[in-house]
Design a protein around this ligand. Structure first.
Ligand code: DP6
Length: 382
């Protein structure tokens, strides 16, 4: 056990958003949510764990800095829940539950880009700890959830539903895989990283304010999400892109409407985000079919869904409507072909540099272990 265990975990992007908690302490959501897990090849969190009877304290390094555990209630909770699980599995007096733990974690994508880093991070932490302590357990989503709600969805690949559940203690609030990534291998996800430096309200406090003040959130939770979840699951099973795309865009728009209905309002989209929304609708209309969908989380970056067969043409349009102000590495991730022919739809070209870069990725599977350790054999960052 006192050896280094390392795992990577994926980012997930919600098509039906989690926004609002029914229990702040246990991190229980008001509604079901549904997400796509992205391939770890392009983006992942990596965590190394070592537990040993010789360590004096728990230490966590995140992206090169020591994290304060004392001031981080969620992190403390995750440690406690894992140690409780060790006791449950190995006996109340087992020594391993008392061992101190060293953790080193890094994201291979910029945290500052406002991409869902906490979901991948907490999923990776819990999965790696569970592997290190030999705990294969169905309780993992409920532990990851208490680090960051959306983290429970990053424990599975493909399309994942976080079922809100109704139990007051959250025993039935868990993440389940709807279909694996192999069900829809043609699905591509583009992340349009928007140039933006404005400080945003965090998801945690934004959704708390929405629960306290938005009438629209109540309507969304009661009247919209349950039907949408059913419809989108069917669309996914049928690989019906047009249906999937419309539900996804409607849900993103409603989520941001709830944010504006919050008092004081949470504004996550900026002018560039709105230009992207307009562009996607103009593009779909020009083609006469819904070929592309967008969704936005608590930030201005766009997540675009498209099938592989339509990608090259769309990308050519996109980089002409949103030209880069840098000579290279504008399009990153999975290599794609795109022509530079003049766009045929007469869509208005924007000024250069509205987007920092475009990341192209696909669906992926859940967390997994490898040997690229971030800790040396003494438990120090390597
Ligand atoms: C807009 O999971 O970050 O990305 O549970 O408070 O940690 P906490 O919130 P978090 O919220 C994610 C909100 C979202 C939508 C989603 O991913 O479903």
């Amino acid at each position: 056990m006192d050896q280094v265990v390392t795992c990577v975990a994926p980012v997930n992007i919600a098509a039906i958003k989690y926004w609002g908690k029914r229990n702040e302490n246990l991190i229980l959501p008001l509604n079901d949510s549904l997400s796509l897990t992205l391939d770890c090849e392009q983006m992942h969190a990596r965590t190394s764990v070592m537990a040993s009877p010789t360590f004096q304290d728990d230490i966590v390094w995140l992206n090169g800095h020591v994290m304060s555990i004392e001031t981080n209630v969620r992190l403390q909770k995750c440690f406690k829940l894992i140690r409780d699980l060790v006791k449950k599995k190995k006996g109340i007096n087992c020594n391993e539950a008392k061992w101190k733990i060293r953790i080193c974690s890094k994201n291979n994508f910029p945290t500052a880009a406002g991409l869902a880093s906490s979901a991948a991070g907490y999923a990776c932490l819990i999965y790696t700890l569970a592997t290190a302590f030999d705990l294969t357990d169905e309780d993992l989503p409920s532990i990851a959830r208490q680090g960051s709600g959306s983290a429970c969805r990053s424990l599975f690949g493909g399309f994942v539903q976080w079922q809100a559940g109704i139990d007051e203690f959250g025993t039935d609030s868990t993440a389940v895989q709807i279909v694996p990534e192999t069900h829809w291998p043609e699905m591509r996800i583009l992340i349009l990283v928007v140039n933006d430096s404005m400080k945003k309200t965090s998801s945690t406090s934004g959704m708390k304010q929405s629960v306290e003040s938005s009438e629209l959130l109540k309507y969304r939770v009661d009247k919209c999400v349950p039907q949408r979840i059913e419809l989108i699951i069917q669309a996914i099973k049928d690989k019906n892109f047009e249906k999937f795309a419309e539900i996804t865009m409607r849900d993103s728009n409603q989520f941001h409407a709830v944010c504006l209905d919050t008092y004081p309002p949470c504004v996550y989209l900026n002018q560039v985000s709105h230009k992207i929304i307009q562009f996607i609708h103009d593009y779909n209309e020009a083609i006469g079919q819904t070929k592309v969908a967008y969704t936005f989380d608590a930030g201005p970056n766009a997540f675009i869904f498209i099938e592989e067969k339509d990608l090259s043409f769309f990308l050519s349009e996109l980089i002409q409507v949103f030209p880069s102000d840098q000579p290279n590495s504008y399009v990153r991730g999975i290599s794609t072909t795109h022509t530079n022919t003049k766009y045929p739809f007469g869509l208005t070209q924007n000024e250069k540099g509205l987007l920092k870069y475009i990341m192209v990725t696909k669906l992926g599977d859940g967390p997994k272990c490898d040997d690229n350790h971030l800790l040396d054999i003494d438990g120090n960052p390597s």
